[in-house]
Design a protein. Sequence first.
Lengths: 388, 290
Amino acid sequence: MDLLEYQGKQLFAAHGIAVPSGEVATTVEEAVAAAERIGYPCAIKAQVLIGGRGKAGGIKIAADRAEAEQHAGAILGMDIRGPRGEGPFRVERVWVEGGSDIAAEYYASVILDRGEKKLLAMVSARGGMDIEAVAAEDPGALVKEHIDPTRPFTVAAARPIVAAAGLAEDVRDEAAAVLVKLAAVAQAEDATLIEVNPLIVTADRQVVALDAKVTIDGNALYRHEELAEIDAESIDDPQEAMARERGLTYVKLDGNVGILANGAGLCMSTLDVVAQAGGAPANFLDAGGGSKAEAIVDALTVIASDAKVTAILFNIFGGITRCDEIAKGIVEASSQLELGVPLVVRLDGTNSEEGLAILAGAGLANLHQETTMLGAAQKVVELAGGNS
Amino acid sequence: MAIVVDKDTKLVVSGLTGREGSFHGLRNRSYGTYLAAGVTPGKGGQDVEGVPVFDSIREAVEGEGANTSMIFVPARFAAPAIDEAIESGVHTVIAITEGIPVLDMLKTYWKARAAGVRLIGPNCPGVLSPGKANVGIIPAQFFDPGKIGVVSKSGTLTYQIGNELKQAGEGNSSIVGIGGDPIIGSDFIDILELFEADPETELIVMVGEIGGDAEERAAEFIATEVSKPVVAYIAGFTAPPGRQMGHAGAIISGSSGTAQAKKEALEAKGVRVGESPTETARIAVEVLRG
């Protein structure tokens, strides 16, 4: 789960990392009132889960009330796309914070390095820009050091990292302390990524986190009540919200071919095979292991509620999952829902013969059986027609 | 021979008195796996269909000679259960549980390394050596004994490919589900090394997916350390960046961890990568038969 900038900064503040004070606002009136309290100049920053907000016009400095009103009006409701075309992300909240007097812009992060199975600390004196581009152009400008998982990470261990990155000598102790605190945030809050870009030095030589990008491990939310609430509120797609309520693993995509498979790997593979057959998947939905009929009814309800879907593919390879249970679920769902779109069903594995017999016996209109995964993908693409 | 589990496996199941643990533990026993004991704190002295239950894994090791532990306990209690297994004296721990916090696994990973214990998973379907032993939830009916070793991040995708191999008349030495979490006890490299040394294995099928760089690392390892042919499949070409696709580890971060990059890394080292599970099985059979 990714946190918005202001949520990340609130987390930083709780762990003793200096951040500019600010307020969150969802309307122009709230934003102007916040700016009046904070004073000018102040920054009005779009709160969306994507980088490159500044370039997209999502961050503005207001010198007075009129500018605060103008910028908040322009930013709230705008659609921001990421540097790789991600999104669009609609801006529903802005963060209004006091202007900072910036003497230097650095970069600091602590991320989980999956390959090495360690936390990785990274520091650069060239912050404030795309760090991947900085590292590509000059690899030496980004200093990377793994944190020893068997020892406490101390300022003494962090100091050589900030020194190697060439941060100004007078702020090295403070920057090292910030790096230690970032690692502490990762441990305490189950964060797998914490990035501060820029980490600034102010004119009076304070080290302050001017941005915050934080990813929290979804598996650990059970022990972080406040973060779990943020997670629950963060879903704005109607299908994803429905899926969450029903305990289904669902990801919305752009296409018109609804997809249900059992197992994450088989489901990803099904999306790929549908795309290879010329189709556009509408979603990822993993029905999981041992699915019962009710779960299938729930899954079909969610998939079919997406108005873009013009055909649905069931790709089931039953291991623990029994194909007769899946077939019962399809028959049950067909009687409960006005599906209105064709279903292509491929059942293989445990109890597939019983499952196929149940489907045949139900005599459902608009149901097409296929025996192979590739055949099923071709059939559903043919039935779905073009993706508009 | 086979790898990880075989006729010498003496299994102890943590969570054997639970619904899932008893279902799969007894299923493993009926396949022929030697199920030595179960463990549930506070239920020591009971039995599950004749299998003795102990309060701790160490007691099962001392009392019944258990050498392999399977973890079926719920996610929030699983990391301590794995830690207990690591310290109990077994040589192998297979963790099926999905949903363990990743920073807990980070600590547990290094404990397993320090103790010299082989950890498979978590969030994996287990290990099957056809005709010898099955530890986990892999449906054994889709796999015959044979010459192909399979290592995979995914369960059902492996069943799909295994079944296609079976229909083509080929079988498997072992099938190892390494799991779909960001931090897992054994990576592709660890299992490739075992298959390379296993005389029964003549070809290796490797099934990867988006996220992390384990496939890229495997490509480097294959180039210098694996003499046997390897055929690969990668899932997730259509996955959007930044979205978790079911498995906790299946996520493209920024521009890293894409299926395309993994495919290219493997192909650059001479590994053939199938377009679909079906094509992957076909290539494996073709390469095996020369």
